[in-house]
Design a protein around this ligand. Structure first.
Ligand SMILES: NC(=O)c1ccc[n+]([C@@H]2O[C@H](COP(=O)([O-])OP(=O)(O)OC[C@H]3O[C@@H](n4cnc5c(N)ncnc54)[C@H](O)[C@@H]3O)[C@@H](O)[C@H]2O)c1
Length: 337
């Protein structure tokens, strides 16, 4: 099959004038999605609790603040979830604790948000709005250390950290509610996602964000290991996949990998970033032991399944995506520290 084509066309809806709830919408991916949906003319409500140390940031919705509603609440609150899902047509479920290391330091918080709260969200849908369509942001972390490459959706799930285990449960609750209760749901297993509005303060969520911060500040950054292979999805491509998954009937009950245009080692990524930035320094050093224990080694995804079913593929190459990201932080870094 040619790239970008799919097996057979299926019914695809439009989100113009549709009522859409984005859980985690003040964060990195959720706010980029909100910006796109406001542009399309969707009626967007963001639900977010501005979780400390997450990517939540009011600046992420600068310029679209008047085009949507924001409800500051917690997905763990069953009553507020019941109220918020009522009358909505789509739910993009991006509210999550995303730090792998934090999930090891504080496994209970990760459990409450990524596992237990997911049930509250789905129970609210089942009892108060079973016709809603839900897209869940899952993660490649559910695979753990891969046995074979590129990793496809049939690969064994063997997470190496608490976050991966809880996200796996969250993902399967969604598929279960789809299969058993008829709440239309699907899950996208995101790989490293990057772009404007990502958290750059420290390496808690993503090393790439912190590299970008250090470069923009004119300081050297550290590359741990460096030989690991990874794929990266530019956030606009991730947003496109989320929208396709919500609006295409072919996604119902499915789990799909997302992937990137290129596979690179972290050393190659560091060199590319410095080149695009027009300068900068980095040191290659061993993994800190705490990180090493939960490292997954190489990872890159096979995204054939979503390509065949929904016609999605990554379109923004690494060079272009990194250039756009660097430009954004050269201008706006102060808003993210
Ligand atoms: N960014 C990536 O590379 C990546 C990779 C794989 C999966 N994902 C998944 O995508 C989703 C979004 O990730 P992101 O990078 O935008 O993270 P982010 O931290 O920028 O956004 C998450 C948002 O969820 C909100 N949130 C957290 N707990 C909440 C709660 N209990 N109630 C309400 N809101 C809550 C936070 O305040 C934040 O605004 C997450 O579920 C994450 O697991 C992201």
């Amino acid at each position: 099959m040619r790239k970008g084509t799919r097996a057979k066309p299926s019914k695809r809806a439009t989100l113009k004038n549709r009522k859409v709830l984005i859980a985690g919408g003040l964060g990195f991916i959720g706010s980029n999605l909100a910006r796109r949906l406001v542009g399309i003319g969707a009626r967007v409500t963001i639900l977010d609790n501005l979780m400390p140390d997450s990517g939540a940031n009011w600046f992420n919705i600068a310029g679209i603040r008047n085009g949507l509603r924001v409800n500051i609440s917690d997905v763990q609150g069953i009553q507020s979830m019941c109220y918020l899902v009522k009358d909505q047509e789509y739910l993009f479920n991006l509210a999550g604790q995303t730090s792998h290391l934090d999930s090891m330091h504080d496994p209970y918080t990760d459990l409450e948000i990524n596992c237990r709260a997911q049930l509250s969200i789905l129970e609210a849908c089942r009892h108060h709005n079973p016709k809603i369509k839900v897209v869940y942001a899952s993660t490649r972390q559910v695979y753990g250390k891969p046995d074979s490459f590129p990793v496809n959706e049939n690969h064994l799930l063997r997470p190496v950290d608490v976050n991966g285990i809880n996200k796996m449960a969250g993902e399967w609750y969604h598929i279960l509610y789809n299969n058993v209760y008829g709440v239309t749901a699907c899950a996208l297993r995101l790989t490293n996602t990057y772009g404007p509005r990502m958290r750059v303060k420290d390496a808690r969520q993503t090393f790439l964000g912190f590299w970008i911060r250090r470069l923009v500040e004119g300081k050297p950054f550290q590359v741990w290991g460096g030989r690991q292979l990874r794929d990266f999805t530019f956030v606009d491509d991730a947003v496109e996949a989320l929208i396709l998954a919500a609006t295409d009937d072919a996604a119902k009950g499915c789990v799909f990998n997302l992937g990137g245009c290129e596979v690179v080692s972290l050393k190659e990524l560091a060199a590319l970033l410095v080149e695009i930035n027009g300068g900068g320094d980095y040191n290659v050093c061993p993994y800190p032991p705490e990180q090493k224990r939960i490292d997954i080694g190489d990872y890159y995804a096979d995204y054939q399944k979503i390509q065949s079913a929904l016609g999605w593929r990554p379109r923004v190459g690494l060079r272009a995506g990194l250039a756009r990201t660097l430009r954004y932080y050269h201008k706006n870094l102060g808003r993210y520290l």
